[in-house]
Design a protein around this ligand. Structure first.
Ligand SMILES: Nc1nc2c(ncn2[C@@H]2O[C@H](COP(=O)(O)OP(=O)(O)O)[C@@H](O)[C@H]2O)c(=O)[nH]1
Ligand SMILES: [Mg+2]
Length: 219
């Protein structure tokens, strides 16, 4: 356990260093410089190296280029604030809002890679919806690690919401039971926590499809 914690701490420190390095290299690239084609090329390289993705990087650079051509922005130091505002515009508030189902519980399935904050996000959403007076049920469908169920249970206790846990290793079965529980208890929202996975892991991606199908049949 101690070794596990140590490894986890190292990983988390490593990730935070990656973030600092990315933000640090952005700032040192931009500091005190005027925007020009050369700087935009260098910025493009930094964004791609930081795994922003080719499509998103292309869009960001095109937006910056337009702003620079129209003289809305001139200094490198203004770029980070500009990018923050621009990125927010990519997702208008209507897209960012949760869409609630007309009837029955609204089901939110949280999926993503390991350690990306799924369980924490489920807890945050549970807290938010509870504050809004909604009845919330959690489904502990990360059956991969025993500690994952425990982590979500602690959040459920702290927030004061119901949680459905399974006894086996089938997340579909947990979600099946959770849908029944959510309906029986008249829940407004069912939040489903899942195990971490990469989009390249076909079997695990199929498992997500199975979970979604269970929800579609039950709710
Ligand atoms: N600073 C910060 N840490 C977070 C945030 N969300 C999650 N974490 C931390 O990141 C780690 C992994 O989060 P977790 O929710 O367990 O990720 P999961 O594996 O996707 O379920 C935990 O140590 C969390 O406390 C966040 O928004 N900000
Ligand atoms: Mg988790």
């Amino acid at each position: 356990m101690a070794l596990f914690r140590k490894t986890l701490r190292k990983l988390s420190q490593g990730l935070s260093r990656t973030k600092q390095r990315f933000v640090g290299s952005l700032r040192s690239l931009l500091a005190g410089r005027q925007i020009n084609e050369e700087l935009l090329d260098e910025l493009e390289a930094v964004l791609i190296q930081a795994d922003i993705g080719i499509a998103s990087t292309g869009r960001i650079i095109a937006d910056l280029q337009a702003a620079y051509t129209q003289k809305r922005i001139a200094k490198g130091d203004e770029v980070i604030e500009f990018l923050k505002a621009e990125l927010k515009k990519y997702w208008p508030p209507s897209d960012r809002a949760v869409h609630f189902a007309d009837t029955g519980p609204t089901v939110v399935l949280v999926a993503g890679v390991n350690g990306s904050g799924k369980t924490t996000s489920v807890a945050k959403l549970a807290w938010l919806f509870k504050q809004q007076g909604k009845k919330v049920v959690l489904a502990a469908a990360d059956t991969f690690r025993a500690a994952a169920v425990e982590q979500l249970s602690i959040w459920a206790d702290r927030i004061g919401v119901d949680i459905v846990k399974g006894s086996g290793s089938d997340p579909g079965a947990v979600v099946f039971d959770a849908c029944d529980a959510a309906k029986a208890r008249g829940a407004d929202v069912l939040l489903v926590d899942t195990a971490g996975r990469l989009h390249t892991q076909d079997n695990l991606m199929r498992e997500l499809t199975k979970i979604r199908n269970v929800v579609a049949r039950k709710v």
